[in-house]
Design a protein around this ligand. Structure first.
Ligand code: MTE
Ligand code: MOS
Length: 773
């Protein structure tokens, strides 16, 4: 069976599933090493903020001899700047260091051991300056990497003043290391005429191409970037790989040898940025029924030493700061604070999770103040399609959370379990249980409208086999498999006939990052466009040669059939070749409908929304602060699933990664700004043992996306991460039980220490109730 009906929605295994588990899948460090390859290491700053007064490379160079090379910022042939939004963002510190871990010197030698030995001999002198490490100080000094931004509707201050009830709260939310299994790596191989070929573990090969060209002083056309797959990216390979690809390229240019730079885990964690930690304040006005009337929220993120993607990430936090709730008068302010720490970057959800957690914290506080079930407050304040707009003035057209909520709560037996848990808690002193419910409404599209475009290049060979190139990158999420199914379905051929190619800037140019969960939406549609062009040519050719109308030709079950004629796909392709019909096509797609004016913070930044909801049951030990998930029920909307096995994997994986962010993953910096948790020995990611004991994950039965996306599917990469907000709320609920009710302040992550603090803190310190004066 090979047609759209059987291939779209088929739970086929990931194209590389076997290769992943057998170790046959090639990552960049597995590629055959070109002769003469040098291995690179970086020398990092030991100071958070300092002027570099001297760099002494004498001893290092003496050790390296003629076989190796040591370079600093002043050796860079082109511009020392990889800033994706605004610059300059140096690859090697030039005169000034702005965080502990910042690369200053790059060294390459025939062996990694020799490079490391030389790196140890580098002497750097500093003149220390005062370092700003935290959000509060940066806010107080108005240190930002981009100007503060506001989104608003109505008059929040006036509406707050007249609201019958008011509450204020604050919340700190920790960051998160990406912990991709494959660390950052790049290999640069000089070509003739000064051209450069770069393999990079990147979500954004075009960015690598541009940045390498920039640091080498070359036109973009002189650089080619390639990647077959990443061992995980999670946003950490959207911009940051440029530093390593550019260092490798500079070393390769200056040594005229191929150079590989593969970071070890500690260096990777010390150098690269993470999910932004946030400090959030909110004040909400509401009435006695729990209806929200006014909201003021301030979201402040720790951006680190340069902008990177922080302005866009703070924007997305602001877009999601009301999650799926309607508040008539609202003002949201966002700050991207400059600090002398790693440059925080994209991470699954791109600020959305932090904004959404603030909304849920606020709803939870209102419910506790009123003594009402928080789910009732949520339902009461859900957006109404046709009636409401979001606070960035996008009309709400499709809103399915009421149905999702009903279905999930029924399947999870919410009401009965509430009673069971109340009885359990009444009888138990040291162990308490809680339930948390979280809805998710996540906007799909890059909020920078121009990024919402994609290309593909499809080749049909004369035996009927197909090579598929598109601009998206594979990082484990199953993008290649999904697009292979789209292409096979379009030609109605076996999916095994479609060969997946490494992503390559010389095949598909000017691509966007594979990010914002839009990989399939964009590249899948572009690939289908290419297939459509080839099919049109084949149909016209077949009709011309064999008779009938081109419009009546059908592709089905490996055959192409017209009026009184039928051939296998391969037969017709061979005939078409002999008749000199082009069997290759470049496809293109640009998302329709979207537009956004950042100056007025209004428009339709999102093509559509992805929805989901989760109910979690947590248990805490009141004496130790430990927590675990007893049960989690997830219901998630993927529109019409292209591959339910892959979608389910994304939902489970996203939830678990969110659970790690909100419970066990804690980044600890010391007083000097040195990251102390830079290896798995001190930084705890969730493992199989942290899975909810009873884990029930379902894909919502759906007639498909209301918008005409590829096969009416919906993006799935990021939204499920935010389902883990339910786990955090469940822990909060258990804490409330331990405290005997009332307000709770719980910062994220809910580590044992944070849980103990929340159990013992006084409510007056955490949420201030302000009844009308
Ligand atoms: N899943 C796996 N296995 N590995 C990853 O690195 N990255 C996530 C998500 N799921 C990631 C993943 C992020 S941050 C995004 S934006 C999307 O996948 C990107 O891929 P997509 O657009 O094809 O969904
Ligand atoms: Mo994902 S954070 O958009 O790479």
């Amino acid at each position: 069976m090979a047609d759209a009906e059987s291939l779209i929605g088929a739970a086929l295994a990931h194209d590389s599933a076997r290769k992943h588990v057998t170790g046959e899948a090639l990552y960049i460090d597995d590629l055959p090493e070109p002769p003469g390859l040098l291995h690179a290491v970086l020398v990092l700053s030991s100071e958070a903020h300092a002027a570099i007064t001297a760099i002494d490379l004498t001893a290092a160079r003496a050790l390296l001899g003629r076989d190796g090379i040591a370079v600093t910022a002043s050796d860079i042939p082109g511009r020392n700047d990889v800033g994706p939004m605004s610059g300059p963002e140096p690859i090697l510190a030039a005169g000034l260091v702005e965080y502990i871990g910042q690369p200053i010197v790059a060294i390459a030698a025939p062996t990694l051991k020799a490079a490391r030995a030389a790196a140890k001999l580098v002497r750097i002198s500093y003149e220390r300056r005062e370092a700003v490490l935290d959000i509060e100080t940066a806010l107080a000094r108005e240190m930002f990497v981009s100007p503060p931004h506001r989104m608003q509707r109505g008059d929040a201050a006036a509406a707050l003043a007249r609201a019958p009830l008011r509450l204020a709260g604050e919340l700190t939310i920790g960051g998160q290391d990406h912990f991709y299994l494959e660390g950052q790596v790049a290999m640069a191989v000089p070509q003739e005429s000064g051209e450069m070929l770069v393999w990079s573990s990147t979500q954004h090969p075009t960015e690598i191409q541009k940045m390498v060209a920039r640091v080498l002083g070359l036109p973009y056309a002189a650089v080619t970037a390639q990647v077959r797959r990443m061992g995980g990216g999670f946003g950490g390979k959207e911009t940051q790989p440029a530093i390593f690809a550019c260092v490798a390229a500079v070393l390769a240019r200056l040594s005229a040898r191929p150079v590989k730079l593969r970071l070890d885990r500690d260096d990777d964690m010390m150098i690269t940025g993470k999910r932004h930690d946030f400090h959030i304040r909110w004040e909400v006005g509401y009435d006695g029924s729990g209806r929200l009337l006014a909201l003021e929220m301030r979201l402040a993120a720790r951006a680190g030493h340069v902008a990177d993607l922080s302005p866009a990430i703070v924007d997305r936090a602001m877009f999601h700061a009301l999650n799926c709730y309607f508040v008539p008068d609202v003002a949201v302010a966002g700050y991207a604070c400059k600090t002398h720490t790693q440059s925080n970057t994209a991470f699954r959800g791109f600020g959305g999770p932090q904004g959404m957690l603030a909304a849920e914290d606020m709803i939870d506080a209102v419910a506790r103040a009123l003594g009402t079930d928080a789910i009732e407050i949520r339902r009461l304040n859900y957006l109404a399609p046709g009636r409401d707009t979001t606070h960035y003035h996008q009309p709400v057209e499709d809103f399915i959370l009421p149905e999702i909520t009903d279905q999930l709560l029924a399947a999870a037996e919410y009401a009965a379990r509430r009673r069971t848990i109340a009885a359990f808690n009444a009888a138990s002193t040291n162990v308490k249980r809680g339930l948390g419910f979280a809805p998710v409404m996540f906007g799909i599209s890059f909020t920078t409208t121009m990024f919402n475009q994609a290309g593909a290049l499809v080749h049909v060979y004369t035996d009927g086999s197909v090579q598929l190139n598109h601009g998206g990158t594979e990082m484990g999420q199953g993008l290649f498999q999904k697009i292979a199914q789209i292409v096979a379905a379009s030609f109605a051929i076996d999916v095994a006939a479609v060969r997946l190619q490494a992503t390559d800037t010389s095949k598909v140019p000017n691509t966007s990052a594979t990010a914002a969960s839009s990989g399939t939406d964009l590249n899948g549609a572009a690939a289908e466009d290419a297939c459509r062009q080839i099919k049109t040519r084949l149909a016209e050719f077949g009709a011309r040669l064999h008779g009938g109308a081109a419009g009546a030709v059908v592709f089905r079950d490996g055959r192409v059939t017209g009026d009184r004629w039928s051939f296998t796909f391969a037969e017709l392709v061979a005939q078409a070749y002999r008749a000199r019909v082009q069997l290759s096509a470049a496809g293109f797609y640009a998302t329709p409908k979207i537009h956004y004016d950042r100056a007025t913070a209004s428009g339709r930044p999102f093509f559509y929304f992805a929805y989901g909801a989760a109910l979690c049951e947590a248990e805490i030990d009141v004496a130790t602060g430990e927590s675990r998930m007893l049960r989690a029920d997830l219901l998630h909307d993927v529109g019409r699933s292209i591959n339910p096995a892959i979608d389910l994997g994304q939902i489970e994986g996203g939830f678990m990664q969110g659970l790690g962010w909100l419970t066990c993953e804690e980044l600890v910096f010391d007083r000097d700004g040195r990251l102390r948790t830079h290896a798995p020995s001190t930084y705890k990611i969730p493992t199989a043992r942290d899975l909810p004991a009873d884990f029930r994950v379902r894909i919502l039965e759906s007639a498909g996306n209301r918008e005409p996306t590829i096969h009416r599917s919906k993006a799935v990469g990021e939204p499920p991460l935010m389902l883990a907000n339910a786990a955090w709320l469940a822990i909060k609920d258990a804490i409330a039980a331990a405290r005997g009710g009332g307000a709770v302040r719980l910062d994220a992550p809910a580590t044992p220490e944070a849980i103990l603090r929340a159990v013992t803190h006084h409510p007056e310190n955490v949420v201030s109730q302000k009844p009308r004066p």
